[in-house]
Design a protein around this ligand. Structure first.
Ligand code: NBP
Length: 485
């Protein structure tokens, strides 16, 4: 029998899987293509993969026989049950030391569980985020791998070869951490993506409703913004979308129904933030804004009951556009500040040694949130790897100070005019909360102690000493225990 020649197998021949295989082939790796519906293997080999050095397998057993050792098998299938089912089918055809890789959008807790399970069978596991959609998969995605550290040297040459590269040639792929770390970072990326998209949509609505601008005029604004500090993939595609005409010659964006869909990773980020006690308020508002948009019938009904007032902004239009740009930039800084706070808390909770500058580098190219801005975040963490609050980095501190006046003006005017700006305004509220030495939580603690004997700490006593007041004169001596969930 001839020696196996294939470097890696990829199971899942939908848009991501096929494009990753072609990308690996371009970089000189021999890939075995597999799929649940086996006919798609032959179809792929006869069409997209025609002429390439790609092998097909009609069973997992056949696939295993074609792979060099340790075998590397990557799943690119629908997240959830399909991944567990494939793992169980793979275990009998693989051997100790072989590596199973899940490149789908799996929940990080599933990846923690699967890593332990696969390791308990003597094999290695990688759960990796892959970002960049179809184009990224084909030309160079951002890849965020975590799982069994011993597996990393075996997949590193392939992943770093096929990943996007930044201008100095560094790959947008590096080891993230043990267990579910890779999928956690990918989940946070997607949450930040929700936030960035919502911010752009709010800027669009302010220009459309507040300034009465046409899609063509906004196309030009986004083209200008993309040349400055907002330079990013999402601003770039917004520019192109606003310039795109429908078959009737009108901007297609004006003909698209205003209800947003979502596939869950934004929601997972918010759920995890609740578990961690980290206020990622902007991502949460972005998720809820999609929910509000989906309530189209309820909105149509309410719009008749509460007729909008004139939303037009008074004053110089060019100045307003600049104010909106600054409000967007400041809010974006807040969103990334919150996202990094979340990752730091998760790292502590799950024992991951995350490299925050490295994460910014991985997101710098190939993925949906890629931007010039991430280069500044990378610099901030290179300067101070222990930076707990991005706003305290001199670059971002100066940027926020430079935007503050416009940011407040935009939010205040939008509120007065009745234009919804949930992400812009929650970012500002978070900023004002964070820079408040004193918040009204003294009163809140008093309320909790009043009705539930939950106790409070005092300004004039050391932290950790808890007090209870008999507020009504009728309460007992017993207080509730103090814990935070
Ligand atoms: P899909 O998410 O549409 O998944 C299609 C693949 O999953 C097919 O190979 C299909 O096999 C297989 N599959 C399904 Br569906 N149910 C299965 C089951 N019960 N058992 C076994 N196989 C099953 O493909 P995709 O859009 O290429 O995404 C793949 C993964 O990458 C997903 O986790 C996705 O969330 C993630 N992702 C997608 C993007 C993107 O832009 N699309 C970006 C980044 C990450 P079949 O051919 O037999 O039906």
């Amino acid at each position: 029998m001839s020696e196996p020649t294939a470097d890696i197998a990829l199971i899942g021949l939908a848009v991501m899987g096929q494009n990753l295989i072609l990308n690996m082939n371009d970089h000189g790796f021999t890939v075995v293509a597999c799929n649940r519906t086996v006919s798609k293997v032959d179809d792929f080999l006869a069409n997209e993969a025609k002429g390439a050095k790609i092998l097909g397998a009609h069973s997992l057993h056949e696939m295993a026989g074609l792979l060099k050792r340790p075998r590397r098998v990557m799943l690119m299938v629908k997240a959830g049950k399909a991944v567990d089912e494939f793992i169980e089918s793979l275990l009998p055809v693989l051997e100790p030391g072989d590596i199973i890789i899940d490149g789908g959008n799996s929940l990080f807790e599933d990846t923690i569980r699967r890593t332990k399970h696969v390791e308990s069978k003597g094999l290695l596991y990688i759960g990796t985020g892959v970002s960049g959609g179809e184009e990224g998969a084909r030309r160079g995605p951002s890849i965020m791998p975590g799982g069994s550290p011993a597996a990393w040297p075996h997949v590193k040459p392939i992943f770093q070869a096929i990943s996007a590269k930044v201008s100095d040639g560094s790959p947008c792929c590096d080891w993230v951490g043990e267990g579910g770390a890779g999928h956690y970072v990918k989940m946070t990326h997607n949450g930040i993506e929700y936030g960035d998209m919502q911010l752009i949509c709010e800027a669009y609505q302010l220009m459309k409703d507040g300034l009465g601008m046409t899609a063509d005029e906004m196309h030009q604004v986004f083209a200008d913004w993309n040349k400055g500090e907002l330079d990013s993939y999402l601003i770039e595609i917004t520019r192109d979308i606003l310039g795109f005409k429908d078959t009737d010659g009108q901007p297609i964006v004006d003909n698209i129904l205003d209800t947003a869909g979502q596939k869950g990773t934004g929601k997972w980020t918010v759920i995890s933030s609740q578990d961690m006690g980290i206020p990622i308020t902007l991502i949460a508002e972005a998720v809820y804004s999609r929910c509000v948009s989906a309530m189209k019938d309820a909105r149509v009904e309410a719009s008749k009951a509460f007729k909008p007032s004139n939303p037009k902004f008074a004053g110089d239009r060019a100045q307003w556009v600049e104010d909106i740009r600054k409000a967007l930039y400041a809010s974006k800084i807040i969103s990334y500040t919150q996202g990094y706070m979340l990752m730091r808390a998760a790292a502590k909770q799950y024992g991951w040694n995350l490299n925050y500058g490295g994460i910014a580098l991985m997101w710098r190219g190939g993925c949906i949130i890629r931007s010039a801005f991430l280069g500044e975040i990378k610099k901030a963490f290179d300067k101070n790897p222990n930076l707990g609050n991005l706003l305290l980095n001199p670059f971002f501190k100066k940027a926020i100070k430079g935007c503050q006046r416009s940011w407040r003006k935009v939010v205040a005017t939008a509120v007065k005019k009745g234009i919804p700006v949930p992400a812009f305004s929650t970012a500002l509220a978070f900023f004002d909360g964070l820079r408040s030495e004193r918040l009204p939580a003294n009163l809140l603690q008093a309320q909790r102690d009043y009705f539930g004997a939950h106790t409070y700490e005092r300004l004039d006593k050391p932290r950790g000493e808890f007090f209870h007041t008999n507020w009504t004169g009728t309460g007992g001596r017993i207080s509730a225990s103090t814990y935070t969930v």
